[in-house]
Design a protein around this ligand. Structure first.
Ligand code: EPZ
Length: 422
């Protein structure tokens, strides 16, 4: 087991390059299952969830070629699959494995996928995915913790999502591209990762119109060919570094920063006193001497992303004033709060609302990561706390951040990875 150890009090400065987006790379890799020929992907991040996805594709019978030198792509060839099942031991480590259902149903008319259990941040059901597949003609049967889905040939449907669902939109979009006729997705997710997937599928020969809006119209086609695609930068990693610069009073340059991916966060960072400007070589983020408190409510894109909530809360623990943070997407996404309290933060949780009263200083302590973005929040807190902080259970962190401690060290943080003795 490993931990991340850091010593707080060092403002960040220097340059950082953001890796490819985890939440784009995952659906893109599953999208390759739809092609009659190989897909080639550039800018795939080196993450545990990517390895899990590649292992799942190989277990289905796809061939995966990993790059052996710089600038070489990942190649996925899924012409003839041997199995149509996503097993429990893979799905339990990565719930995004449910994204195999759309492609398998669309191309092979069959899929057997372990139901992803709940996770730390909430129940995270997939009822809306399954309801849409049934509307498209699939027979869905749940037995022994597995979803068995069959459809001779999916047909188009008018799907209205009761709740905005990112992977629900992606899964049903991948089912619709080979379905017979037209599918309309209403109240669809507008995240940049949904647009990235639609761009890949259209390159492969699909007809998807409206990606990035709340209504997608998809004309089914006979078949799709492979394509070459570069993954967009990871807006959540980018925002994590922007918050880090703001709360440490530092000044960093994000080489491939793409502001359009996180307008809502930009507005909030300027409210707390950060300065953000586009320079020739990238995006400059400068933190104030002291951050001011501000309120926030999470919402689907283009609102304030729930995946920034934990990191922003870490910053509000040392802000001037009090901050009211409302988490509207997941029912249990405040587990980082108790760990921050162990570091001296003043946080009260009332249902979906956290009230954070800024304190002068946090004090370093050993803390425990509970999920991916909570791990990042605890690292940010450690960067400003007095003394040493140890973040344990960092296997959560490695799911979604590529070499984050190396990137922070290059920016002047005193941070390293260490073995946990017992
Ligand atoms: C995606 O998860 C992201 N993961 C999450 O990122 C992100 O937090 C989330 O979207 C919200 O933006 C990937 O893209 C791989 P949802 P997803 O379906 O698709 C409810 C990270 O940190 N819902 O948009 O699973 C659900 O319970 C991860 O990188 C249903 O009720 O989230 C939640 O309350 C964490 N029924 C809300 O919708 C369904 O069938 C939004 O969930 C589907 C969802």
């Amino acid at each position: 087991m490993q931990k991340i150890v850091m010593e707080g009090g060092h403002p960040l400065s220097g340059e950082v390059t953001i890796s490819g987006a985890k939440n784009s790379a995952l659906p893109l890799l599953f999208g390759a299952l739809l092609g009659e020929t190989a897909c080639h992907f550039h800018n795939i991040p080196k993450l545990r969830d990517i390895n899990t996805t590649l292992a799942l594709l190989e277990s289905l019978g796809a061939t995966v070629e990993r790059p052996t030198k710089k600038n070489q792509p990942y190649t996925i060839e899924a012409q003839r699959l041997k199995h149509l099942e996503a097993p429990y031991d893979l799905v339990k480590t990565m719930r995004a494995s449910v994204l195999v259902m759309g492609p398998l149903l669309a191309k092979y008319g069959k899929a057997r996928v372990s139901l992803p259990g709940g996770c730390a941040i909430g129940a995270r059901p997939i009822n809306l995915h399954l309801k849409a597949f049934e509307q498209m003609g699939a027979k869905i049967h749940i037995e022994g913790g597995y979803v068995e889905a069959e459809a001779k040939k999916l047909h188009g449907a008018r799907v209205h999502f009761d709740t905005v669902t990112v992977t629900g939109t992606e899964n049903v979009m991948m089912a619709a591209v080979l379905a017979k006729g037209e599918t309309i997705l209403e109240n669809a997710a507008r995240e940049p990762e949904v647009i990235d997937l639609a761009n890949l599928l259209n390159k492969m020969g699909a007809h998807i119109v409206g990606a990035g809006t709340d209504t997608l119209t998809i004309q089914g086609v006979e078949s799709l060919n492979g394509a070459t695609h570069t993954v967009i930068p990871d807006r959540i990693e980018m925002g994590t570094f922007m918050i880090a610069a703001a709360m440490t009073g530092g000044s960093i340059l994000i080489r491939n920063g793409e502001l359009s991916l996180l307008e809502a966060l930009r507005v909030k960072l300027e409210e707390v006193g950060a300065k953000i400007k586009i320079e020739e070589k990238g995006l400059r983020v400068e933190g104030p001497k002291h951050v001011q408190a501000t309120d926030l409510t999470t919402a689907p894109f283009p609102g304030f992303a729930t995946d920034f909530q934990a990191q922003f809360m870490a910053m509000m623990t040392i802000a001037h004033g009090s901050s009211v943070i409302v988490e509207t997407i997941f029912e249990n996404r405040f587990m980082h709060a108790q760990e921050l309290v162990r570091m001296g933060a003043d946080i009260k949780i009332e249902g979906k609302t956290a009230i954070v009263k800024g304190v002068k200083k946090l004090s370093g302590a050993p803390v425990m990561a509970s999920d991916l973005r909570a791990s990042a929040a605890l690292i940010l807190a450690g960067l400003v706390a007095d003394g040493l902080t140890e973040v344990h259970r960092i296997y959560h962190l490695d799911r979604g951040y590529e070499e984050i401690e190396k990137k922070f060290r290059k920016l002047g943080a005193r941070i390293k990875r260490a073995q946990v003795k017992y």
